[in-house]
Design a binder for this molecule. Structure first.
Ligand SMILES: *Cc1c(COP(=O)(O)O)cnc(C)c1O
Length: 408
């Protein structure tokens, strides 16, 4: 008799995006013909850079010819791509890593969900609040919470971000084993300074904890003082795994390609030296058959000089949108965070509005869909996330509509 993994029943119901879709559907049905402007989901909208498209077409041509066809590649990723990632970290971040410390994957979300599998079920997990939901949900399914109560998962440690700490929390006071960090942050747009990241690295080394660092939005950082990778911090190779993706810089949300860095030097409380690296290698070889070879050809092109420049143009387009949104919202008195080294604007709801109430207001009054902050954790209550992913003309219309709606 098969029995379910009962941890699934502990997941809090009402996943954020289906609930947004439900409310939007109801509103649309009641207002036939009214156009809705979407600044909700963090999904890219602009065409792929031509350099990347050409590289993927060339790969397809090879696959269409018997002499140059290739099937399965290495589970860890194509060697040229892993070497290009190594060279990219060296050239752009001044960080030295080995090519075999890079594991290419089908995206950062899968890696973020799967990585918890390396750790014992009784590890104590700390997450930022608010946070991208996959860190929490994967650990709940992995058995690290005994249930959801009063808006929070039991046994998890929440590191609260708010306006007083600029949405960059301090390391936990208690002893935890695994810490998820995401900078530039989704949803708040906050970016940790080197000093702030160093505090986490020092904590992790002192406690033999492991940091899972999600750097999916690194290409949106423009301030030269801000760290681009956790490995800019001394000692991070001993205590941090970095997860990254081509989704938000190269427009690969649909193409699918990411990577994780699992350093040889990474240690934890009871493992042998190099053990976590070997375990992730083992995990990927057994449970994963490698990322698409077409996507990897595109990723390789994205790391070239020409490809990188084209990707940065794409990033600049979204950052232009972010600026329009932030300036527009601030002009009608909304307090905004993020939107500078990040594609997300984190806006405080007007006095008296909860996240969902302000969501409903913006939908009803302005016909604009945003994301209620409360969907990212209890500390997100009282905020909404406004995404800069969208065509410029739609972003401008949405911002004008919000300005109109909030004036009255
Ligand atoms: C979009 C996003 C990712 C990227 O996920 P992919 O699976 O690579 O598309 C990772 N982390 C965060 C926080 C994100 O917002």
């Amino acid at each position: 008799m098969a029995r379910i993994n009962s941890c699934y029943t502990k997941l809090a119901s009402g996943y954020l995006f289906p609930e947004i879709a439900r409310r939007t559907r109801i509103w649309s049905a009641a207002h036939p013909g009214a156009e809705i402007l979407k600044l909700g989901i963090g999904n890219t909208t602009e065409a792929l850079p031509e350099v990347l498209v050409n590289a993927m077409k060339a790969k397809l041509d090879k696959l269409s010819c018997r002499d140059t066809y290739t099937g399965y590649g290495d589970e860890q990723g194509d060697t040229p791509l892993r070497e290009a990632l190594r060279d990219f970290y060296k050239e752009h971040y001044g960080v030295t890593l080995e090519a075999d410390e890079f594991f290419v994957s089908d995206g950062a979300k899968s890696d973020a969900a799967n990585i918890q599998n390396l750790f014992s079920e009784d590890c104590v997990v700390a997450v930022q609040d608010p946070a991208y939901p996959v860190y929490v949900d994967s650990n709940v399914v992995g058995g690290r919470s005994s249930g959801f109560e009063n808006g929070a998962y039991k046994d998890l440690v929440y590191l609260k971000g708010d306006s007083s700490n600029g949405f960059v929390p301090e390391p936990p006071k208690e002893k935890v084993d695994i810490i998820y960090l995401c900078f530039p942050n989704n949803p708040t747009g906050a970016v940790a300074t080197k000093e702030q990241l160093k505090a986490f690295v020092d904590y992790a080394r002192a406690n033999r904890a492991v940091i899972i660092f999600d750097a999916a939005y690194v290409s949106y950082i423009e301030d030269p003082e801000l760290p681009r990778t956790i490995y800019e911090i001394e000692g991070a190779k001993e205590c941090a795994i970095e997860i990254n993706s081509f989704s938000k810089n190269a427009g690969f949300t649909g193409v699918r390609l990411g990577w994780s860095v699992v350093p040889h030097a990474l240690v934890c409380e009871d493992g042998e030296p190099d053990q976590l690296h070997k375990m992730w290698n083992r995990r990927q070889c057994t449970f994963f058959n490698g990322a698409s070879n077409i996507a990897q050809a595109g990723g390789l092109a994205a790391l070239s000089g020409e490809g990188f420049a084209a990707c940065q143009e794409l990033v600049d387009y979204y950052k232009g949108n972010a600026r329009i949104i932030r300036e527009g919202l601030e002009s009608v008195g909304l307090e905004c965070f993020g939107g500078k080294n990040s594609p997300y604007i984190w806006a405080r709801c007007p006095e008296g509005y909860s996240s969902w109430e302000f969501f409903d207001f913006l939908l009803d009054r302005c016909h604009v869909v945003v994301t209620p902050g409360a969907g990212f954790g209890a500390a997100g209550e009282g905020y909404v996330r406004v995404s800069s992913y969208g065509h410029r003309e739609n972003v401008i219309m949405a911002v004008e509509s919000i300005k109109e709606g909030l004036k009255k």
